[in-house]
Design a protein around this ligand. Structure first.
Ligand code: FCB
Length: 517
């Protein structure tokens, strides 16, 4: 089926309907759930998340086409050690073993993504063998009583569509909706939960503006065009899936942040935090939940021709109701108008923007992911860091969820699900082969308590997916960062559940976080 553009339309920004940026106050001291046993409501979903390119491997098997990540990995210096996803965790061949592992961990849900280039190698033509893999995976999950939580797009655009213009081209949104329908035709009899996109922020601004992710382009204009067309693709896909299946649970996943001004009494810092919030959060939240781009963001990017991409009717499509908003949270940011001493020279601000290219490889032309980065600087707060250099800031998750509930999801009756949260740490394998990753366990423990705090404050959170089921290909950082609650030995593909995985299995089994000692 081919979808065509709708004709009538809403205004670009509806005055008075956007939420002004109000910095929230960082929580201090202990929270109610800081140490005791914490229970979750009956039916709360416990799962783990992965993504196709990060785990599947089988890069050239059964007719799979190339995605932008296959091509990006071949650019010298783009990915640490020149790593790629050709083999990854070999999940394509080991999916039965991996589903059995989830069962042993008492997991009730599995968030995975489908590879567009595997099922439509040129982005348009169906490859039945590719569809068959996901059909077998879904059957295996259902057999194990694990809910398949399917994400249609976790960053791996078919290369053929990139060559036709990629996400900056409007047509890609229509191709995406066609792909969504193809997947639903194949799996809609068994899959009831569908997410369109994972983190459109990264697809648009890391891929087309910063150049640190595929396809590695570095243009503020292209990033903004991509952001709008990703939103349009999301809306078109939701409309198409809703028409096919009114009962399905539909949504998408955003990587929202918490932008705190470094000095809340300094108007320049407050404005820098406002701009960071606009480019991370409101650029997606407002069109989806309020049918309008925020006026302050439109003013900030007026010179970048953003509004030219927004056609009559687009915002109505984008704001079509969704049932669940997936939230990926790793940390927030302390934002100032001026650099902190020691800041990276590109002035990179915001969580994802901190990802470095391979320092040992030839220099590539990179820039900030923020299309208007001048005067927006992320500062360190001196909090403990993960192996990604990301600050450990669980209270930010409480504030994020309560804000989303109040300003966006609550009024629309949309529920919240944590679709990713977790941490990379340099694991140590003991002589007996075990991995006692107390740092990762502690990270997840603290964030689950923060989720419960938000639920007590009224956030309608229905589930939590740990990132990740197993160590995997961490994008531009290759295999150097380990996020798994299960270790993968890449030489043998052996999986070993870490201490955090054993602990998380207990959480899922008991529907409760045990007391800390
Ligand atoms: C998120 C991505 C996921 C993984 C984690 C660490 O931004 O969605 O694929 O890389 O970060």
């Amino acid at each position: 089926m081919t979808l065509t553009a709708p004709g009538t339309g809403a205004r670009l920004a509806a005055p008075g309907t956007t939420v002004p940026f109000v910095p929230s106050t960082p929580l201090t001291g202990t929270t109610p759930h800081s140490s005791g046993r914490v229970t979750f409501p009956e039916g709360f979903l416990w799962g783990t998340a992965t993504a196709a390119y990060q785990i599947e491997g089988a890069g050239a098997e059964d007719g799979r086409g190339e995605s932008i990540w296959d091509v990006f990995c071949r650019i010298p210096g783009a990915v640490v050690h020149g790593d790629d996803g050709m083999v990854a965790c070999d999940h394509y061949h080991r999916y039965r073993e991996d589903v059995a592992l989830m069962s042993r961990l008492h997991l009730g849900a599995y968030r995975f993504s489908t590879s567009w280039a595997r099922v439509m190698p040129d982005g348009r033509t169906v490859n039945p063998k590719g569809l068959d893999f996901y059909s077998r995976l879904v059957d295996e999950l259902l057999e194990a009583d694990i809910l398949p939580w399917l994400t249609l797009y976790h960053w791996d655009l078919p290369q053929a569509l990139e060559e036709a213009g990629g996400w900056p081209a409007r047509d890609t949104a229509y191709r995406f909706a066609d792909y969504a329908v193809t997947m639903h035709e194949a799996l809609g009899d068994r899959v009831t939960t569908w997410a369109t996109l994972n983190e459109p922020y990264c697809s648009a601004f890391l891929g087309y503006t910063a150049g640190v992710h595929a396809p590695g382009r570095t243009s503020p204009e292209l990033g903004l065009a991509a952001a709008h067309h990703l939103m349009l693709g999301h809306g078109l896909a939701v409309d198409a899936l809703r028409a096919r299946d009114p009962e399905a649970t539909l949504g998408l996943t955003l990587n929202c942040t918490v932008s705190d001004p470094v000095d809340p009494t300094n108007p320049a810092d407050v404005d820098a935090a406002r701009r960071d919030d606009a480019m991370f959060n409101r650029v997606f939240l407002d069109p989806i939940f309020r049918g309008a781009y925020p006026q302050d963001l439109l003013d900030d990017v007026a010179h970048l021709n953003f509004a030219d991409h927004v056609r009559p009717g687009d915002l109505e499509v984008i704001s079509t109701p969704i049932d669940a908003l997936g939230v990926n949270y790793y940390h927030g940011g302390a934002i100032a108008a001026t650099p902190q001493s020691g800041e990276r020279p590109d002035g990179t601000a915001g969580p994802e923007g901190e990802r470095p290219a391979d320092p040992s490889a030839p220099a590539r032309d990179l820039r900030s992911p923020n299309p208007v980065p001048e005067g927006v600087h992320a500062h360190s707060r001196g909090l403990p860091l993960t192996d990604m250099g990301w600050e450990v800031q669980p209270e930010g998750l409480t504030r994020l969820l309560t804000r989303l509930q109040q300003d966006y999801t609550g009024p629309r009756g949309t529920s919240l699900v944590i679709t990713e949260n977790g941490a990379a740490f340099p694991d140590v394998v003991e002589a007996d082969g075990s991995i006692d990753d107390q740092d990762r366990l502690d990270y997840i423990d603290r964030h689950l308590r923060a989720v419960r705090d938000a639920m007590d404050a009224g956030a309608d959170v229905r589930g939590y997916f740990a990132w990740s089921l197993m160590d995997n290909f961490e994008w531009a950082l290759g295999y150097t960062k380990r996020f798994g609650i299960t270790r993968v030995d890449y030489a043998t593909q052996e999986r070993t559940v870490k201490a955090s995985g054993h602990w998380y299995a207990g959480v899922a089994r008991d529907n409760a976080v045990p007391a800390r000692d």
